[in-house]
Write a protein that binds this ligand. Structure first.
Ligand code: PMP
Length: 422
């Protein structure tokens, strides 16, 4: 391995990394470039990327169609404020998202990240009640194992097991329930909704797959139970499809696959094909209509400086072009088969608790994972030429949909080999 570049050595004493014990963890890996499903390191090595940059780069990195759209937009107008001004990219994107989203989710509020899309959704649901004169609906129903972002309100509706532990004192108390699995789960959920009655502002959940909370899957019956029981009681449902949207679990949106229409939908991550940060919160007409009138107090009081950034819109429109023209659904089905075959041997390795695959998500859950072994596994994957980054007790793959069978097999075989050896 060659000496790290000057910029790496100069920056290392100053950079503060996410979710990182800076005193103990091995130093980060210097990246020089990305290409397709590869990460090129500054020392010349190349890694097959099993994570797609936190589940975003669904078309592979540097897709020429997205790069061209960004370049063209950057020359024309990198940014313009969205207060009182609109631009073609945002208008086209809003109309396209409204057409693709389940049912009549026809109003799009843009923001700059997934967490912000969630904050927007929570504020929308809350003010919806205020505007309709139903004060006191201020608490959200959320679920064990859920994760919705690192900003304060998003943290408050996430599972408090890890990410939010230090901040409990700051967080508004929400109503956290088990996911309503099976008939009994559904009945218990319905009872809890009745019990909390008019204190509930909304329900927020990740349809089909809970991501950062542990890559936990649930079936369509559970998904439908969450939505139907709440909607039967007039409680708005927020579907956070920031992870699951754009085919990650199979269908374009997990809600579409289950045949339900949430009242509010959050998108992010793969929205721009992973090229630029962007969030979008979509609302149905009854939500939007509650904000209409002559009263400025009834308007939605939110507006991130970089909302609907034209470069992000250009990337997102280009990404939607690719979803229209490329066989992404078929590729996800093929990835599902490849990961199912490739990860199966991991079930026989001592210490494996579960192996599961849904869409283009493959998971090996371990019975336990010490910090020492976590760091050792991460290093061993890099040694093996793979970018796989376990967290908690989870070793997982969320590859780009364009990944070849050979690379998928290399990732799966690498996971099985490293888990057996390290
Ligand atoms: N919701 C879900 C389901 C997510 O997976 C994430 C990010 N992991 C977020 C919200 C937050 O998105 P961001 O990191 O872009 O703020």
């Amino acid at each position: 391995m060659s000496k790290p570049p000057g910029w790496y050595r100069a920056g290392l004493p100053h950079i503060w990394l996410p979710y990182t014990q800076m005193a103990a963890e091995p130093p980060p890996v210097a990246v020089a470039a990305t290409d397709g499903t590869r990460i090129r390191l500054a020392d010349g090595r190349e890694l097959i990327d099993g994570i797609a940059s936190w589940w975003t780069a669904c078309h592979g990195y540097n897709h020429p169609h997205i790069v061209a759209a960004i370049r063209e937009q950057a020359e024309k107008m990198p940014h313009v404020m969205f207060g009182g001004l609109v631009h073609e990219g945002a208008m086209r994107l809003a109309a396209r998202l409204a057409a693709l989203a389940p049912g009549d989710l026809g109003r799009v509020f843009f923001s700059d990240s997934g967490s912000t899309a969630v904050e927007v959704a929570l504020k929308m649901a809350l003010q919806y009640h205020v505007n309709r004169g139903e004060a006191g609906r201020e608490r959200f129903v959320c679920f064990d194992g859920g994760y919705h972002g690192d900003t304060v309100a998003a943290m408050s509706v996430s599972d408090d097991a890890g990410f939010a532990r230090a901040f409990r004192g700051l967080l508004p108390g929400q109503i956290r329930l088990p996911l309503p699995r099976g008939d009994e789960g559904r009945a218990a959920y319905a009872r809890a909704l009745d019990e909390h009655g008019k204190s509930i502002a909304g329900v927020i959940f990740e349809p089909s797959a809970q991501g950062a909370g542990g890559m936990i899957f649930h079936d369509d019956a559970t998904l439908r139970a969450v939505v139907e029981e709440a909607q039967a009681r007039g409680i708005p449902v927020i579907a956070d499809e920031i992870f699951t949207g754009f085919h990650r679990t199979g269908p374009l949106f997990a809600c579409t696959g289950a045949g339900v229409v949430p009242d509010i939908l959050c998108l992010g991550k793969a929205l721009t094909g992973g090229a630029v940060g962007m969030g979008a919160t979509l609302a149905r007409p009854h939500i939007f209509d509650a904000f209409s009138g002559n009263d400025l107090d009834a308007a939605f009081m939110h507006g991130p400086t970089f909302m609907a950034n034209p470069i992000a819109c250009a990337a997102a429109n280009a990404s939607l072009d690719l979803f229209e023209t490329e066989p992404r659904a078929r590729q996800v089905a093929a990835i599902n088969d490849a990961l199912t075959d490739g990860l199966a041997p991991a079930a026989r390795i001592a210490g494996t608790a579960d192996v599961r695959v849904k869409g283009a998500i493959g998971v090996v859950e371990l019975q336990a994972l010490s910090l020492e072994r976590l760091y050792a596994l991460r290093a061993a994957f890099i040694e093996a030429g793979l970018w796989v980054r376990p967290f908690g007790r989870i070793v997982y793959l969320t590859p780009a949909f364009t990944m070849s069978r050979a690379d998928l097999d290399a990732l799966s075989a690498g996971i099985c080999r490293v888990l057996a050896e390290v």
